[in-house]
Design a protein around this ligand. Structure first.
Ligand SMILES: C[C@H](c1ccccc1)n1cc(-c2ncnc(N)c2C#N)cn1
Length: 313
């Protein structure tokens, strides 16, 4: 079937997620655009949240910089003036919500770190007393802080929910050396990020990283010695990073284990959708202006809490 998503400035469309779009920028580069679309209960809603794409892109850029001493990343530039000329005509719609990135050979595993018991981790714990084969103490409550953060990988399932897998499945997929490196790196990044989040009054309950390999020569002096593959490729952090879409953030001041915690960014949306008793079947409903405004404010607040800066909208 013909590609339904049009090219952007002559850049062929490569892939779309619920709220993000990827285009081929040539020369082993991709163009990553974060939209203002919002999903809830696995459905993209009929309303958009103004500036959501800009907030999430700027949060990824903040973390790329904050983590630069731990792990290189796929970013080339987020400056419109450095984009391929054809894209500069779209300055107004791309400013602040797009990145030119290196095309990476993506690792076929979602690298998830969990410091708290929530979501699919809570469901797996209730069933098995374990998450991804990692046995946990008995008697834990939903949203409890774990004795220590755990690596809980997932298989990429492009149709819907990713499926939690054990470490042995990661080894089978990528080999023991890389599997061990992914686990160590995922937990090291999580530790640094959650420490920063806590210093800002936020709990980073869990987060999902995507890694890929790029030619070492592409990284001009930011080679990560331990991330070097045998063929000279370097492991880099890709996709969005530590955004409210790829992570669970909770306000530390409201933390109360023993049940689900309010989502920092989507609680107003979820409460509204529950209040209208939506059957969670398409078409997804539109949101009242007030819910859109409240949700936009939460995204702006997330950016300001994490970075200490107001978002330039
Ligand atoms: C899941 C995510 C996605 C993003 C946007 C829209 C739909 C999916 N994705 C990212 C890549 C990817 N592939 C190769 N090199 C890269 N640097 C990246 C990145 N980022 C493939 N998929």
């Amino acid at each position: 079937m013909a590609n339904e998503v049009p090219a952007l400035g002559g850049l062929p469309h490569v892939l779309s997620g619920k709220v993000r779009d990827l285009y081929d920028a040539g020369d082993d580069r991709l163009f990553f655009v974060a939209s203002d679309r919002i999903s809830a209960f696995d459905h993209v809603l009929a309303s958009t949240i103004p500036d959501k794409g800009k907030v999430l892109t700027q949060i990824s850029l903040f973390w790329f910089d904050h983590l630069r001493e731990i792990v290189p990343n796929h970013l080339i530039t987020a400056s419109i003036d450095s984009y391929p000329p054809a894209l500069r005509a779209y300055r107004d719609q791309l400013q602040g919500r797009s990145m030119l990135v290196r095309r990476a050979r993506m690792v076929p595993v979602e690298c998830v770190a969990r410091g708290y018991l929530s979501g699919s981790g809570w469901k797996d714990y209730q069933r098995d007393g374990a998450v991804c084969g990692i046995k946990l103490p008995a008697g834990l409550r939903e949203s409890d802080r774990l004795p220590e953060p755990i690596f809980t990988p997932a298989a990429k399932n492009h149709t819907g929910h990713d499926e939690n897998i054990g470490f042995d499945a990661v080894v089978a997929a990528v080999g023991a050396p890389l599997a061990e490196h992914l686990r160590e790196l995922t937990l090291r990044i999580y530790a640094k990020a959650s420490e920063h989040a806590e210093s800002k009054g936020l709990i980073l309950a869990d987060t999902k990283f995507e890694f890929g390999f790029v030619p070492g020569s592409d990284l001009h002096g930011t080679l990560a010695a331990h991330g070097q593959a045998a063929d000279g490729d370097v492991l880099v952090l890709a996709d969005e990073v530590l955004t409210p879409d790829s992570s669970r953030y909770w306000l530390a001041s409201g933390y109360a284990p023993g049940g689900a915690q309010p989502s920092f960014d989507k609680q107003f949306v979820r409460d509204y959708l529950l209040s209208i008793r939506w059957n969670q079947q398409p078409p997804a409903p539109a949101l009242p202006d007030e819910v859109v405004a409240q949700t936009r404010a939460k995204y702006l607040q997330a950016f300001e809490l994490l970075t200490g800066q107001p978002l330039k909208v």
